[in-house]
Ligand binder design. Structure first.
Ligand SMILES: Nc1ccn([C@H]2C[C@H](O)[C@@H](COP(=O)(O)OP(=O)(O)OP(=O)(O)O)O2)c(=O)n1
Ligand SMILES: [Mg+2]
Length: 948
């Protein structure tokens, strides 16, 4: 079958081969306890079409009498049981194996295997068309004799008895089953138990080839890496596709709104393939387009609503236990409902990875069990996985976007965020025209539809995609965000899972609209500071998270939660060695070393049935983890394996109680990162060398020539003096001059400067040296991480703004000197920290003694130096960005109180405080779209500082 060649199972003999083997094993496992004889030992049947007895009944007969029932026809299927088959079908078949169902019945009746030839349905006298054999088959299809009926009744009786046994008395059931298993296991040493469990040395390979979660996780991680590589390889080269698009726009082949007059705005796009696995699958099943389709391991049809269930499993018990756990411990009603409706008797527990929108219209959802889905929509068609296809389409999607921009944050194989600001500005194209063009290109290349959402942040862009799906696009305007968010449920927000939803529900908050009505303080009481602040913003559509383009792996793991059935420690040890090898090879692949090893175990819960409803599944488990922090990072297989075995031994769980095992390597060091660090170190050492050289050239104080004709004064170390002097001399802006002069006249009476003082300081702007600064140089240590640097840049821009604003009322002629000051001050900040203490805490308010720091500063300094004012502002700003609004409030309140106690130069401090406060208010407005109310305020008639 063509599909099988591309479905990732080819090495396994193809998807259906794998599936068929599994079903055979399931059948064998389920049959063992029912077995009464080995009459049909070595005989397999496949039932094609309607028969009498029915396929179900024949299946039970085979179970009881040691035969094999094939759900699919296989090359080694001994007999095909049928009553009538279409000619076209028969022509292609080996008719020498097609027999009537009565043969089975007669064999049971006579308790021996009869010659099948008289039961052949066709004789091959004609080569073109086999002739229907009106012999035994026909006669026997018409009625069942009494003995068959009796046999059927007996079989039904056995089954009912077993089921009742199972339902009413778990203990009795288990001992009964154990007895049965003991006999059957000894009779069948090669039973399925070892064939497809983790005991089988081939198991791990096969598991990973078939595990969809493994495939999507690998692809997702792969694309994060891929984006990094593309970005590094691209450098500053132009994007070819932008040129092509420009040509189309110029030629009028693509019509765009005129955007040239619009203010540049940030545009974040979220793009996601529609029912990804289905869309890829439909490329090779075009005839199924428009129908309810699901991708799953299950073949669907009646096979999915009537699966053989291991008699040791107890679906009813398991269903209730699962539901209770989800509801009571995890408050996860979605999953509780999933098991309640999906664990019904004999329904397939295969999960639907993806379903078409036609299936969704019938109530089917991704992740639902196939059995339940078929109850909702019996005509649901299932198609197999096509892992190679997903890879191919995912690459096409990423490559298409990457030809326009590499400002891509990879999310998964079918989903990413893209910052379009830059490409839109360059092409002067309107955002939705661009998105239409891009989506069409993706569709042309992949033959799969995708949807896109656009907004000014990631959260809103993702929400916009929800509005766009399927096969659409949506622009969510910032001004509509809060109203739109109010319509949404809480669990659509990032990081809001079942337990947070539960907590909020308990507090009477059931959706985003409710949360919008609640104060931040109340949310903090409910959820803790960090989550509360995120939720406070998110439910209003505010999301300050930047896009992360170069994502680093933080951990790597290999987990198996299927087929884990050990009886001896040796089997477990062998498997742990194999799994260690697997996780080790993944570590080597990404060229990393790990410092922490964690063993994750799923241990059968005490109350859980020994065998699981899902064939070889994990059932209800308690999760246990054991970790080890190594002295040194390692990528040594032997060392990792030894530690894994040690952790296993320490855990003390018996091998037969394990249902899932995972090895997790974390605290990864990074070859690339350490290279980068070296680069940074080198760069810094070069800078500091340059700085040494430059130190001769860079003056600590820069003489400003005209127009300031002020005399030099060595102790003029702050901008205030400059402001004062400038103000008193300002002629160009009388109003400002008046204001500033007024201010300084007032301060002058209190300060050492007075109108009667000697001539003002010289025309020098002092570059505040670290020694001048009240706070440590290390307090201004910029972070070397990317995020830190980005934040630092933002802070520095802001620092410029505050100084600029601080002095904006100065006459124009002073500006060059001030700019010079800022530039040098920033340069100093950039270089200085690397010379001495390269790693130190950035934010001074992290220090628990920050209040006394503030107090000492205000008390000991005569006037606030701009360096310190900036530092305080920047550090508070960081707290705003980190959503630590309580702390911001606390600091500002305290700062204001202290400033109010200042007697000398009080108005300088008033001005500094007000400057910081108004800038912080601006920042809060920008980020949280609100105003922070600070109870304390400066109320000074001298400098006219009043809260507006
Ligand atoms: N638990 C999961 C999550 C995802 N997938 C696979 C199947 C999906 O097709 C694909 C992409 O996941 P999406 O969440 O994007 O789902 P779809 O693309 O199927 O649907 P939608 O149109 O809602 O995006 O990943 C999976 O197998 N199991
Ligand atoms: Mg998708």
């Amino acid at each position: 079958m063509a599909d099988e060649d591309h479905n990732g199972f080819s090495e396994w003999g193809g998807y259906f081969e794998a599936k068929k083997s599994k079903l055979e094993e399931q059948f064998a496992a389920a049959s063992n306890p029912f077995r009464k004889s080995n009459l049909f030992d070595g005989i397999s049947i496949f039932v094609n079409g309607l028969t009498n007895p029915t396929a179900d009944e024949l299946k039970r007969i085979m179970m009881v009498h040691g035969g094999t029932f094939h759900h699919y026809e296989r090359s080694h299927t001994k007999f095909i049981i049928a009553s009538n088959l279409p000619d076209v079908k028969v022509r292609k078949m080996d008719t020498s194996r097609i027999i009537a169902a009565q043969w089975v019945v007669d064999c049971v009746e006579q308790n021996r295997v009869l010659d099948y030839k008289p039961y052949l349905l066709y004789t091959n006298q004609k080569t073109t068309q086999p002739r229907l054999n009106f012999g035994k088959g026909k006669k026997n299809d018409s009625t069942l004799d009494n003995s068959t009926v009796a046999e059927e009744t007996e079989l039904d009786g056995i089954l009912k008895e077993l089921q009742q046994d199972v339902a009413t008395s778990p203990k009795k059931h288990i001992s009964h089953i154990n007895n049965l298993s003991a006999t059957t296991t000894s009779n069948h040493p090669n039973s399925s138990h070892s064939a497809r469990t983790a005991v089988d040395p081939e198991f791990l390979n096969e598991f990973y080839k078939n595990s969809r979660l493994h495939h999507i996780a690998t692809l997702g991680a792969g694309f994060k890496q891929y984006v990094c590589e593309l970005r590094q390889a691209h450098g500053n080269k132009p994007f070819v596709k932008r040129g092509e698009l420009r040509t189309l726009l110029v030629a009028g082949k693509l019509l765009s709104e005129d955007v040239s007059t619009k203010t540049p705005k940030r545009y974040v796009m979220h793009i996601d393939m529609d029912c990804f696995f289905v869309s890829v699958g439909l490329r090779s099943h075009p005839d199924l387009r428009g129908l309810p389709i699901a991708v799953t391991h299950s073949k669907g049809g009646t096979g999915a609503t009537d699966v053989p269930v291991h008699p040791q499993a107890n679906r009813q018990v398991e269903r209730e236990l699962f539901a209770q756990r989800f509801e009571q411990h995890l408050h996860d009603n979605v999953r509780a409902d999933k098991v309640r409706y999906g664990f019904q008797k004999n329904m397939s527990l295969s999960e639907i990875a993806s379903c078409s929108y036609e299936a969704r219209a019938k109530g089917i959802r991704n992740g639902m069990f196939v059995g339940q889905a078929l109850k909702l929509c019996p005509e649901l068609k299932t198609i197999p996985y096509d892992f190679e296809g997903y890879r191919e389409v995912a690459f096409a999607l990423y490559n298409t976007v990457a030809q326009y921009t590499l400002n891509i944050e990879a999310v998964s194989c079918d989903e990413m965020f893209v910052d379009l600001t830059d490409v839109l500005q360059e092409l002067q194209v309107d955002v939705m025209t661009f998105v239409t063009h891009l989506r069409q290109e993706v569709r042309d290349i992949t033959a799969c539809p995708c949807s896109a959402g656009v907004a000014d942040n990631k959260l809103l862009a993702r929400m916009a995609t929800k509005l766009a799906k399927p096969n659409g696009q949506h622009l969510l305007q910032t001004e509509d965000a809060a109203n739109y968010m109010a319509t949404l449920a809480l669990d659509v927000l990032p990081g809001v899972g079942s337990s947070i939803t539960y907590k909020l529900n308990q507090a009477g908050l059931s959706n985003c609209a409710d949360v919008q009505q609640v104060s931040l303080v109340r949310l903090e009481m409910l959820l803790g500071k960090k989550m509360a602040q995120t939720l406070y913003q998110n439910c209003r559509g505010i999301d300050p998270r930047p896009l992360v383009y170069e994502q680093q792996r933080k951990s790597i793991s290999a987990e198996v939660n299927y087929g884990i059935r050990f009886s001896k420690y040796e089997e477990l040890e062998k498997f742990l060695k194999q799994l260690s090898g697997e996780v080790h090879s993944r570590l080597i692949e990404i060229k990393r070393k790990a410092k922490s090893i964690t063993l994750k175990l799923m241990v059968r819960a005490a109350e859980a049935p020994v065998e699981t409803s899902k064939f070889m599944g994990h059932g209800i488990c308690d999760n246990q983890t054991k970790s080890l922090l190594l002295k040194q990072s390692t990528d040594d297989l032997e060392f990792i394996t030894q530690n894994v075995l040690k952790l296993m031994k320490e855990s003390g769980f018996p091998p037969n109680e394990l249902r899932g095992i995972g090895i997790h390597l974390s605290k990864l060091d990074d070859v690339v990162e350490s290279k980068k660090e070296n680069l940074i170190m080198n760069m810094f050492s070069k800078i500091s060398e340059k700085q040494k050289d430059k130190s001769i050239n860079i003056p600590i104080a820069i003489p400003i020539k005209e127009p300031l004709d002020m005399k030099a004064k060595s102790d003029s170390t702050n901008v205030l003096s400059l402001l004062k002097n400038a103000a008193t001399r300002s002629k160009s802006n009388p109003a400002a001059a008046f204001k500033i002069a007024n201010f300084f006249q007032v301060t002058a009476t209190e300060s050492s400067y007075s109108s009667s003082s000697p001539p003002p300081p010289p025309p020098m702007i002092h570059v505040a040296s670290w020694a001048d600064c009240f706070l440590n140089r290390s307090d201004l240590q910029p972070s070397t991480s990317k995020a830190g640097l980005a934040r630092e840049n933002k802070r520095l821009c802001r620092a410029d703004q505050i100084v600029t604003k601080y002095m904006e009322e100065l006459p124009q002629h002073m500006h060059p000197a001030i700019h010079q000051y800022i530039t040098l001050n920033n340069k100093q900040k950039d270089v200085a920290p690397t010379v001495e203490q390269p790693e130190k805490q950035t934010n001074i308010f992290v220090n628990p003694n920050y209040k006394s720091l503030l107090a000492t500063w205000v008390k000991t300094e005569a006037v606030p130096k701009p360096t310190d004012v900036n530092l305080i502002y920047l550090n508070i700003c960081d707290l705003v960005l980190d959503n630590q609004m309580d702390k911001v409030y606390e600091i500002m309140k305290y700062f204001c109180c202290i400033v109010k106690t200042k007697r000398r130069n009080s108005c300088c401090w008033h001005m500094a405080y007000n400057e910081i406060e108004s800038n912080i208010q601006e920042k809060v407005q920008e980020i949280l779209d609100c105003h922070i109310y600070i109870r304390e305020a400066i109320d000074c008639c001298k400098c006219q500082s009043f809260r507006s």
